[in-house]
Write a protein that binds this ligand. Structure first.
Ligand SMILES: Cc1ncc(COP(=O)(O)O)c(C=O)c1O
Length: 459
């Protein structure tokens, strides 16, 4: 055992490099299932210790075949994204430094990086520069953070202090949103004690975009309300009409929250930024850096216009009163107490790419999504159900017979080929295959290889 762990770190670097270098040679899908992996890892708690470097080798061996190739350019399932080079390396530093990013006093550097990154993000996404921010574990907790601020502010408007008195006996909050919303919105609403029944579905179009008249009518029924809009519907990438809807909600005193897990990021690009016109008029925004900004898991983003409401909802409650005059204590803006210095890999990625590089990466994703849709549309036995407006779209098997079953089988065959990987969805009541292009690695060659794999699977 070495004091500095250098042998273990060297081996980890070698394994990591081999993993990354071999990405295009391996199949995308895992080849070993959960039970076999558990067997490999050994079920019994070890009685005696093992040399650190040997542990690293053992882990790398155990992982073989059990990793999803979600870092490759031919992985299009869910919305996952890769990690640009400097962000991976910076993430290793974060582990080596092992800082607690709760307070400025526990890590002045982590606090400083987070403060700088927060400012950069507001600029990059062109949100109000005086909004507050939080780097969370993901968009799920970004929703929870933003909606906690909304809950406090709306109830305070009803002379109710939710931080002191809780929700028992409080005026009921309404959450108006689309039937196509992401499930993480519901979970945030449940976590905050508002209850699923607080959610009221407002009519919209096929893409889940809310209808302005329906929203107006719903708000006119009265009561404190949050309106949750989408910047990037999960199947189609469609965005709500912010320019139209935000003023309707604001005029009626509602809090507008935006789920922009991947779509909000498009604001930093050129080709799709127009879809997000007027999004900056909202009150809070939830997004992710670990998706389309291509940093390692995990890093979610929360932004809140009303800084005081954000802080009041999240503050550590004076257990540590402002540990520094110079930088903020993250504990006052997050759901967590102890936490990872997750701003560091994001700082690295933004530094590596610059504003130009981020825009180019996003535009490339949109181009590759369009190329995939074009190519898929030319394959016999395949139908593109909705053309991409951004980086997401859906397709399915076409022709005769049970198309739901055939779509599922088509996806299984593509995934089993190891050439590309997709996940399934239901769109307009039918089974479909979703395409999400969020990985900076997806190249023209990846598009060509993917189309060849689909052609083969469809024939
Ligand atoms: C639209 C949307 N909202 C929220 C989430 C949840 O994000 P996270 O997994 O980072 O919590 C996702 C995840 O894919 C998403 O696509």
């Amino acid at each position: 055992m070495t004091n500095d762990g250098s042998e273990a770190l060297r081996r980890a670097a070698a394994h990591a490099q081999r993993h990354l270098a071999g990405m295009d040679l391996r199949g995308v899908a895992p080849t070993v299932g959960g039970a076999a992996l558990i067997e490999r890892l050994g079920r019994a708690l070890p009685e005696r210790g093992t040399d650190a470097a040997a542990v690293v080798d053992e882990l790398a061996r155990a992982a073989e075949g059990g990793l999803m190739g979600s870092g490759t350019g031919r992985f299009f399932a869910w919305v996952i994204g890769g990690a640009v080079e400097s962000s991976v390396a910076a993430d290793w530093l974060v582990s080596a430094w092992d800082q607690n990013a709760a307070l400025a006093v526990t890590s002045p550097f982590a606090a400083a990086v987070e403060e700088v990154v927060g400012g950069w993000l507001l600029e990059l996404l062109d949100l109000p520069r005086d909004a507050s921010f939080a780097l969370t574990t993901g968009c799920q907790m970004a929703h929870a953070t933003c909606l906690a601020a909304a809950r406090g502010a709306l109830l305070s408007g009803e002379d109710w202090d939710v931080e002191e008195d809780g929700l028992a006996g409080a005026p009921r909050l309404r959450v108006l949103t689309s039937a196509a919303r992401h499930g993480s919105v519901d979970r945030a609403v449940r976590l905050l004690g508002l209850g699923r029944r607080a959610i009221e579905v407002v009519d919209g179009d096929d893409h889940g975009r809310l209808d302005a008249a329906a929203l107006r009518a719903a708000l006119d029924r009265g009561g404190p309300a949050v309106v949750v809009l989408a910047a990037g519907e999960i199947n189609t990438g469609a965005c709500d009409d912010f320019e139209r809807l935000v003023p309707i909600a604001k005029e009626r005193g509602a809090w507008v929250h935006v789920d922009g897990a991947f779509g909000l990021i498009a604001r930093a690009g050129r080709s799709c930024a127009h879809l997000l016109e007027g999004v900056d008029g909202a009150d809070s925004w939830a997004s992710d850096a670990h998706k389309w900004l291509n940093v390692p898991f995990d890093c979610g983003l929360a932004f809140v216009r009303d800084r005081a409401a954000h802080r009041a909802a999240m503050t550590g409650g004076g257990a540590y009163v402002a540990s520094s005059e110079e930088v903020r204590d993250q504990i006052d803006w997050n759901t967590e107490w102890s936490r990872r210095a997750r701003a560091v890999p994001l700082y690295a990625a933004l530094r590596e790419l610059g504003r130009e590089g981020v825009a180019a990466m996003l535009d490339r994703s949109c181009e590759r999504a369009a190329a995939l849709a074009r190519g898929l549309g030319e394959i016999e036995g395949v139908e593109v159900l909705v053309e991409p407006v951004m980086n997401q779209f859906v397709f399915r098997a076409a022709g005769e017979g049970d198309l739901d079953r055939r779509t599922h089988e088509l996806m299984e065959r593509i995934n089993a080929s190891g050439e590309a990987y997709f996940s399934g969805t239901v769109w307009r009541g039918v089974r479909a295959i979703r395409v999400s292009v969020v990985n900076f690695r997806t190249s023209e060659d990846d598009v060509a290889r993917t189309l060849a794999a689909v052609r083969e699977a469809a024939s």
